[in-house]
Design a protein around this ligand. Structure first.
Ligand SMILES: Nc1ncnc2c1ncn2[C@@H]1O[C@H](COP(=O)(O)OP(=O)(O)OP(=O)(O)O)[C@@H](O)[C@H]1O
Ligand SMILES: [Mg+2]
Length: 436
């Protein structure tokens, strides 16, 4: 049953360390005694009043949520993999994707694309929406979406394609890649179908040369027979990774993608998108204007729309726990701690156990550490060899959890130094969450 928690929200510690009130006091900017901040954001007087007065211990009963009531009209609107019906502000990119796919509708090879841009700018959504349209329009083009965070080997990726074509997965063992590949190409020829494969978060393939093996197999499939027609849409949010450098010239010469860039949404666009979610996801008057403004501020600060969508959901749940009929500013303060780590959480969830072990070890170091010294510690803990260590380092680097720089000099020439890209406490807190 919903009831007010006995602890006052402003004095209940966040992550067991600071209370929101302490956070507020410590974030007063110098010289501006009465302007508390959230992150780098200065709160306006209304938000401040909301926050410093806290949530009254007793609300008038008309403002209380009954135990069987909810603030959510439809919680799906706040799920991160929800595909929005209204996908605005991406007309140019959607048009470019459709133009690239058009030859496939005539039975010809589609144009390859590279969708790039910062996190939360709608790359995955745009491709999935175009795929949905293609599937509704024709059976002769088969779009296959692959999440390379999950399927990061050549066999796993071709298994996904196989599954889409044949409606079942090839067995994990006893079947060679060659046989799976042959069955796929034969099917495409016999059924006269064109294949479009989206490789989302392709940077997860940028280790162990996987990306070249995968693209080589897909893009050179027509060499088996001119009747095989395959197009690739690569999606990457990692702006530092230059495809042309990561790709083998033999692959690049057949890939030649059309670049489609997804810029950050501006403030008005963020507001428009979030208002749409609020309208569909919550009942009327659940999100006051000042609360929505705070959420928009935090999206701007983090440059990720996903933080805002996640924040709306978490604040809604928190308000429900307090049996309130509206979201208050202090719900935003509390929930922001978790929502700002939404990306880190996403990346860490995709790691295997020994990859998490190495990440934890790196987070435990007080400063940059030389690769050789780190390997010694890793080997003592896990007994894994240097090759595996090196592969994990490349992976953690390619998904931007760590930096690896050739800087200092070692006894045998240049040495690599490794450093975490996040605050160690944030990494520990997310790692602890993944254990449960
Ligand atoms: N124009 C838009 N309208 C409505 N919702 C949007 C829009 N753009 C993005 N979103 C929402 O924002 C979230 C992130 O979008 P998406 O996953 O497509 O981003 P991305 O560019 O693929 O990010 P990443 O690089 O982190 O994978 C999703 O929940 C999506 O529904
Ligand atoms: Mg994406």
């Amino acid at each position: 049953m919903l009831s007010f928690s006995s602890a006052h929200p402003l004095t209940t510690p966040v992550k067991g360390i600071f209370t929101p009130l302490e956070l507020l006091n410590w974030r007063h900017s110098p010289g501006a005694e009465n302007t508390p901040t959230l992150g780098r954001i200065t709160l306006n007087s209304m938000q401040r009043d909301h926050l410093t007065s806290g949530v009254p211990q007793k609300l008038p009963s008309k403002d209380l949520l009954q135990w069987d009531q909810t603030l959510f009209k439809d919680e799906r609107y706040f799920e991160l993999d929800y595909i929005p019906e209204h996908f605005s502000h991406r007309d140019t990119q959607m048009r470019a994707l459709k133009i690239a796919a058009r030859p496939a509708l005539r039975g010809a090879r589609p144009i390859n694309c590279l969708c790039s841009g910062p996190h939360g700018t709608g790359k995955t959504t745009a491709v999935l929406k175009v795929f949905e349209e293609i599937e509704n329009y024709t059976d002769s083009v088969v779009p296959v979406y692959v999440n390379c965070q999950i399927d990061s080997t050549r066999f796993a990726i071709f298994s996904e394609i196989y599954k889409k074509l044949f409606k079942y997965t090839p067995p994990d063992s006893g079947v060679s890649f060659k046989r799976v590949f042959k069955k796929i190409t034969k099917y495409l020829i016999d059924q006269e179908k064109v294949l479009i494969v989206a490789l989302d978060d392709i940077n997860y393939l940028f280790y162990e040369n996987t990306v070249n093996k995968v693209l080589y197999a897909l893009l050179r499939a027509h060499e088996v027979s001119a009747e095989v027609k395959v197009g690739v849409i690569a999606i990457s949010s990692d702006l530092s990774v230059e495809m042309s450098k990561a790709l083998d010239p033999r692959v690049m010469s057949v890939f030649l993608p059309e670049g489609i860039y997804f810029p950050l949404y501006n403030r008005d666009e963020v507001r428009d998108i979030l208002e749409d979610r609020v309208r569909h996801g919550f009942y009327a008057n659940v999100v006051p204007d000042d609360v929505l403004n705070m959420v928009i501020d935090l999206v701007e600060e983090s440059s990720d729309l996903r933080v805002g969508i996640d924040l709306l959901r978490k604040t809604g749940l928190r308000a429900e726990i307090s049996a309130r009929k509206y979201i208050a500013a202090d719900d935003v303060v509390h929930s922001h701690e978790k929502s700002r780590l939404v990306h880190l959480t996403y990346s860490i969830h995709s790691l295997r156990e020994e990859e998490r072990d190495l990440l934890k070890l790196i987070a435990e170091q007080e400063a940059k550490i030389k690769a050789g010294d780190l390997y010694k510690k890793f080997n003592e803990e896990t007994h894994l060899g240097y090759t595996r260590f090196y592969d994990i380092i490349s992976k953690l680097d390619s998904i931007r959890l760590i930096n690896t720089d050739f800087t200092g000099r070692g006894t045998r020439g240049r040495t690599r130094e490794i450093q975490l890209r996040y605050e160690p406490e944030d990494v520990f807190s997310v790692l602890a969450g993944t254990d449960t």
